[in-house]
Write a protein that binds this ligand. Structure first.
Ligand code: ZN
Ligand code: ZN
Length: 439
């Protein structure tokens, strides 16, 4: 049997920060790092390399070398997963059973109160022309002043559909959340965001023929119209126009959702979990699962985030929790933007965070898993159904001896190919907390 010291050595861990007392041996911890949109496809212009192959990622590589490496299908092979269903699956919640729309997860993560019967939406500040044609779905990725704009949108009253209150809050960059509160609402309605530039905004419609869906879609259509009236003359948009920036002159809605009913993470896996993420949707899932959501100053959920603060939060969080979820958003943004260099850079920055974590978490005793919620190839600008790499490092796992983590080396790894829903049972088993099936 390997000694703890030699196990640590296998991962090149020099520092062992925690004392090796009996309690600690009994209570192994796991850290799950989710790098949003990490996986990619080889690009002709870049020597048939993916951004991950191109990036200098010594820490991910050393985690891979000493650990299990394989491929993971977030949902199942070829399914293009949204981040919401993929993150649910990675945390062990079958989306087919538990998914009730993204808007509700965003609302929870944004710290908004959500009641049974409310319908919540993911929103974007966007730019439209006088014909309601979308010029920019993200209003030039507006960063400053969105909360000022949100104030006037929050004050909107819907007159055409009685008995519905609107609550609106800006979250990260151009993103925001809308909650509709009132009698007889339904999440079974379509989006007003056409999801492509150059197209006219879409008219929301009921999807199941119910009166509730009809009423809710009418309310949403009025809300979007009123948001344009409230925003187009806003002084901040005049300022933006003077600077040659895109006006944030409308709010578009998508992902109608109601509060999810998740069994607690503790009851599912006997793990005390906490979540470190700047992304409201991920925070929302963690909250719905009863995990502690650590407020990390500087974790923005955007392209620039404070990785050092995040690493410190992981170390802190793992002192009284035995499961820490760390989510990194930036590579997905670079993937959507088709920005190869940006994706390489954000992967390298994420690698620095991985380095901090594996140095501090004492991988001779505890487990660190790293994967993505889906691929966001830069050549495609959207999520694809490709498998993503998965690494699980820690004691008692066979070393893959993979030298460089990549999509291709993951396919040749020693873990094989698993689904998102398989991950938590594997982690739970490794940390010694899974229940015996049968007798
Ligand atoms: Zn994602
Ligand atoms: Zn994405």
């Amino acid at each position: 049997m390997l000694t703890i010291a030699s196990k640590a050595k296998r991962f090149n861990c020099i520092t062992v920060k925690w004392s090796l007392d009996v309690q600690q041996l009994a209570d192994k911890r796991a850290v799950l790092i989710i790098i949003d949109g990490m996986a990619d496809r080889p690009l002709i212009d870049h020597d048939y390399k993916t951004p991950l192959e191109f990036a200098n990622t010594p820490n991910m590589d050393r985690l891979a070398k000493g650990g299990l490496v394989g491929q993971l299908d977030p949902i199942s092979p070829g399914i293009r997963a949204g981040s919401d269903v993929a993150n649910l699956a990675l945390l062990g919640y079958d989306p087919a059973k538990y998914y009730t729309g993204r808007g509700a997860l965003e609302a929870l993560g944004a710290g908004m109160e959500l009641r049974p019967g409310d319908v919540a939406f993911r929103c974007n500040f966007a730019t439209v022309d006088d014909d309601f044609r979308v010029e920019d779905r993200r209003a030039g990725r507006i960063r400053k002043g969105a909360s000022k704009l949100a104030k006037v949108v929050d004050a909107i009253k819907i007159d055409g559909v009685p008995g519905i209150k609107t609550i609106f809050k800006a979250t990260v960059d151009h993103r925001a959340v809308l909650v509709l509160r009132g009698e007889k609402l339904s999440r079974m309605i379509s989006d007003t965001d056409p999801k492509e530039e150059g197209a006219k905004i879409a008219i929301s419609r009921g999807l199941d023929g119910s009166e509730e869906a009809k009423r809710t879609s009418a309310a949403v259509n009025e809300f979007v119209k009123r948001s344009h009236e409230a925003l187009r003359e806003h002084p901040l948009n005049q300022e933006r126009a003077n600077k040659g920036e895109k006006a944030a002159n409308i709010v578009l809605t998508r992902g109608a959702g109601t509060i999810p009913n998740l069994p607690s993470f503790k009851s599912m896996f006997d793990l005390r979990g906490c979540c470190i993420s700047g992304t409201p949707m991920v925070q929302g899932i963690a909250m719905a699962a009863g995990m502690e959501v650590v407020d990390v100053k500087g974790a923005t959920g955007g392209i620039k985030t404070d990785y050092e603060a995040k690493a410190k939060a992981v170390i802190e969080g793992s002192k009284d929790k035995n499961f820490v979820l760390v989510h990194v958003k930036a590579p997905d943004i670079a993937g959507h933007d088709g920005d190869f260099k940006g994706k390489v850079r954000t992967l390298e920055e994420a690698d620095g965070l991985v380095g901090h974590i594996i140095d501090e978490v004492d991988i001779g005793l505890n487990y660190v898993a790293l994967t993505a919620d889906h691929a966001t190839p830069v050549g495609y600008g959207a999520h694809t159904g490709d498998p993503v790499p998965i690494i699980i490092g820690g004691p008692d796992v066979p070393a893959s001896r993979v030298l460089k983590l990549s999509e291709a080396s993951a396919a040749r790894g020693n873990l094989g190919r698993i689904r998102g829903l398989d991950l938590m049972p594997i982690i739970t088993d490794l940390v010694g907390r899974s229940r015996l099936y049968g007798s």
